[in-house]
Design a protein around this ligand. Structure first.
Ligand code: FAD
Length: 304
């Protein structure tokens, strides 16, 4: 319930515009958000990316945004991603860009989304950069998979995220392994009906392991994207993770100790970095999935 409330708050335009207009509150909440985001500008993202690469991490960079309903805004978001890829290339950050298709057109038109994704993939390819497509609510899964499959036929530098919590993911994964793109396995961040998805439970963890197992056995490029220590330990017990096509990936600011361990063990440890003006939504997602973070956020805002 707390999670749902926080997600509703995140989507409230009223609260968002109040926050943006409040000269006192805005910097305080931004301060709290900086535990999880690099900052508001592309330059913030690039600066932190360089620092993390210097420390031995791989990185993914996302310009935050989702569920954009205007064609003009989707075009602008695509342009921002192009610029990001350009600047990453110029700085020799030949790594990963991550995005939600609903940020670049999914709610407007699937053809526009496809065209945008292909434009990004083309530019990214010239810099040896991977474009990872995120997975969103289950109502969008079919469209996301269709667009991904069309794009990856031409651009093997496009990858896809798959949510272990969706029952359908077993079948989807089976099919996705026929395509060359990297597969990122996540538990799933969205509240879904119980006939569609498995809630956080041992059953979900077992499903997560099963999916990882499937991809590992096929020697397919894989990102193990979780902060669940015991899951990572179980995977480590069964497989050598120090392989070039396997990586452990975590969100910036969440369990950095665990990601450092992965790096120190010789695995590719990828840190998922975000930037952008829409950090408020991203912050609420991180608070909603782990309400203990509310305490940290308040401490960041008012001091210990
Ligand atoms: P959980 O069972 O949720 O948490 C396990 C443990 O991790 C917790 O006990 C806690 O110790 C720690 N933890 C988890 N979350 C937090 C937090 N916010 N703050 C502090 N500690 C925490 N979801 C999608 O639906 N679509 C995507 O495309 C997508 N992409 C992602 C990409 C990456 C690289 C990562 C890491 C996650 C992504 N997610 C995505 C989110 C994912 O689905 C989960 O919601 C999120 O990772 C939390 O689940 P968990 O696997 O860490 O396990």
């Amino acid at each position: 319930q707390a999670a749902q409330a926080l997600k509703s708050i995140a989507r409230s335009e009223h609260i968002k515009s109040y926050l943006q207009q409040s000269e006192e509150l805005y910097p305080l909440v931004l301060q709290a958000a900086k535990r999880f985001i690099t900052g508001e500008s592309r330059q913030d993202g690039i600066t932190v990316a360089k620092e993390m690469i210097r420390k031995g991490y791989a990185v993914s960079l996302e310009y935050i945004g989702e569920n954009i309903k205007g064609a003009g805004e989707c075009h602008e978001a695509k342009e921002e991603f192009l610029q990001l890829i350009e600047e990453m290339g110029a700085a020799s950050i030949n790594q990963t860009v991550s995005l939600d298709l609903s940020h670049i057109g999914l709610l407007v038109d699937t053809e526009i989304t496809y065209t945008h994704l292909v434009e990004l993939a083309e530019k990214a390819k010239s810099y040896n950069i991977t474009v990872m497509v995120s997975m969103e609510e289950s109502s969008k899964t079919d469209d996301i998979l269709d667009i991904y499959k069309r794009a990856v036929r031409h651009y093997s530098n496009v990858g896809i995220s798959i949510q272990a919590h969706l029952y359908r993911s077993v079948q989807d994964l089976h099919e996705l392994m026929n395509y060359p793109g990297k597969i990122r396995i996540v538990k799933g961040a969205y509240q879904e009906p119980c006939n569609v998805a498995i809630p956080r439970s041992k059953e979900l963890n077992d499903r997560y392991l099963q999916l990882v197992e499937q991809v590992m056995e096929a020697n397919h490029p894989l990102s193990i994207a979780t902060h669940d220590e015991s899951l990572i330990q179980q995977i480590e017990q069964r497989h050598c993770l120090a392989r070039s096509h396997v990586e452990v990936e975590m969100l910036y600011g969440i369990r950095p100790d665990l990601l450092k361990n992965a790096k120190d063990n010789g695995y590719t440890a990828r840190m998922y970095l975000t930037y952008g003006q829409e950090w408020y939504l991203y912050l609420c997602h991180r608070l909603a999935e782990y309400p203990e973070n509310l305490y940290l956020a308040l401490t960041d805002m008012i001091g210990p």
